[in-house]
Design a protein around this ligand. Structure first.
Ligand SMILES: Cc1ncc(COP(=O)(O)O)c(C=O)c1O
Length: 341
C-alpha cells in the first residue's frame, strides 16, 4: 500500500479528511449494519437532537505503525466500553462494543495510506462519535441516531521534546458531583472553551479544575487526567466520580505497578498537598504524558522540583515504558495492542 504524500512530521493537529469513514444508522429501535463511505458531509434536520439539545458523545484514539511494520490501535475495547457508558448516560442507544471495535478496524484498514510511517512521530487519529439525528423540539431523546468514525492524520505531539507546561487553577468548574464529568459528552467540551481560551489569553497552557462541591480537591484538566509523583517515588492519581476515566492514566497506573514496581495510589488528592509532590503530569491519548512544571493559583506559584526544562525522572520512566509498549519494543500486557494489519 503506497502511503499518501504527506509531510508527516509537520502536519500538526488539524482535520485532514481521509478517503473513508464508517457510518451506521439507528432507526425504529435497531442499528443497521453500517458501511464505509467516501462522503465526509452529513445532512440532518434543522431540528436534530444534536443541534438543539447537544445529544452527542465521542471517543478519541490513535492508530500508528510499530517498528516491525504493523498497524495497531491501543486498547480500543476500552474506548468502546467508555462510549457505551456515555451513550447510556445521554439516553442514546449503545453501539455494540464488538461492532465498535470492528468499525475502527475497518476504517483504519480502508485509510491505510494515511497511517503515518514508524519513526515519523505522527499517528492516525480516530474519532468515533454518535449524535441524535432526527427532529426533536420538546426536550427529550431523539428517536434516530448516527454513529460515525472518521480518521485524520495528526503530527507528533511534542515536536521539540516534551517541555513542561504551566497551568492555572481555574475559577470555573468542569463537572458537577453527579453530572456528566465521567463521560465523553460534547457538552463537557463546549463549556470548557471559554475557560481554556481565557487561560491561553493569560499565558497558561491548561486549566486545573477542582471539585465543584468544595473546591479543595484536584479533578483534571479539560482534556487529561493528572498523575503526581511523591518525593518518595509513589504514583498518585486523583479518584473522583466526575472525571473522565482516562485510558492512558489507567494504563500508566498498571505500568507503574506491574512493570516498574512502583507504589500506586488512586485516591482523593487535596489541592493543599500538590505543593509537596515532586513531579506532575497530564495523561491522555494525545501526548501520553505532558509534564507540568508550574501551577499558578491566584498569585501563588507551585514550582515542581522537576523544573521547566524536562520531564521528571519517574514520569519519564512511565512515559518511556508505556510508549515502548505501544510501539512494540516492550512486551504488552495481554489484549492491549490490537493489530489491524
Ligand atoms: C476530559 C478528559 N480527560 C481525560 C482524557 C484522557 O483520556 P484518554 O487517556 O482515554 O485519552 C481526555 C481525552 O480523551 C479528556 O477529554
Amino acid at each position: 500500500m503506497e502511503k499518501k504524500n504527506i509531510d508527516w512530521a509537520n502536519i500538526g493537529f488539524g482535520y485532514m479528511p481521509t478517503d473513508y469513514r464508517f457510518v451506521a444508522n439507528y432507526k425504529d429501535g435497531a442499528w443497521d449494519e453500517g458501511a464505509l463511505t467516501t462522503d465526509a458531509n452529513i445532512t440532518i434536520s434543522e431540528c436534530a437532537g444534536v443541534l438543539q439539545y447537544a445529544q452527542t458523545c465521542f471517543e478519541g484514539m490513535k492508530a500508528y505503525t510499530t517498528e516491525d511494520g504493523h498497524i495497531v490501535v491501543f486498547r480500543p475495547d476500552l474506548n468502546a466500553s467508555r462510549m457505551a457508558d456515555s451513550c447510556r448516560r445521554l439516553e442514546m442507544p449503545v453501539f455494540p462494543e464488538d461492532k465498535f471495535v470492528e468499525a475502527i478496524e475497518e476504517v483504519v484498514k480502508a485509510n491505510e495510506a494515511f497511517v503515518p510511517p514508524f519513526g515519523s512521530g505522527a499517528t492516525l487519529y480516530i474519532r468515533p462519535y454518535m449524535f441524535g439525528s432526527d427532529a426533536v423540539i420538546g426536550v427529550k431523546p431523539a428517536n434516530e441516531y448516527q454513529f460515525r468514525v472518521f480518521t485524520t492524520p495528526v503530527g507528533p505531539y511534542f515536536k521539540e521534546g516534551a517541555k513542561p507546561i504551566t497551568i492555572r487553577v481555574s475559577d470555573y468548574d468542569r463537572a458537577a458531583p453527579h453530572g456528566t464529568g465521567h463521560i465523553k459528552a460534547g457538552l463537557n467540551y463546549a463549556m470548557s472553551l471559554y475557560p481554556i481560551m481565557e487561560a491561553h489569553r493569560q499565558g497558561f497552557d491548561e486549566n486545573m479544575y477542582l471539585d465543584a462541591a468544595t473546591r479543595t480537591k484536584v479533578e483534571e484538566t479539560g482534556g487529561a487526567n493528572f498523575i503526581f509523583i511523591t518525593k518518595d517515588g509513589k504514583v498518585v492519581t486523583p479518584k473522583s466520580n466526575s472525571i473522565l476515566p482516562s485510558i492512558t492514566r489507567r494504563s500508566l497506573m498498571y505500568v507503574a505497578k506491574e512493570y516498574l514496581g512502583l507504589e500506586v495510589e488512586e485516591r482523593e488528592v487535596y489541592f493543599d498537598e500538590v505543593k509537596d509532590f515532586a513531579e506532575c503530569g497530564l495523561c491522555g491519548t494525545a501526548a501520553v504524558i505532558s509534564p507540568v512544571g508550574k501551577i499558578y493559583d491566584h498569585g501563588n506559584e507551585i514550582c515542581f522540583p522537576s523544573g521547566m526544562e524536562e520531564m521528571g525522572p519517574v514520569i519519564k520512566k512511565l512515559y518511556d515504558t508505556l510508549t515502548g509498549i505501544q510501539m512494540g519494543h516492550i512486551e504488552a500486557p495481554e489484549g492491549w495492542i490490537k493489530v489491524i494489519k
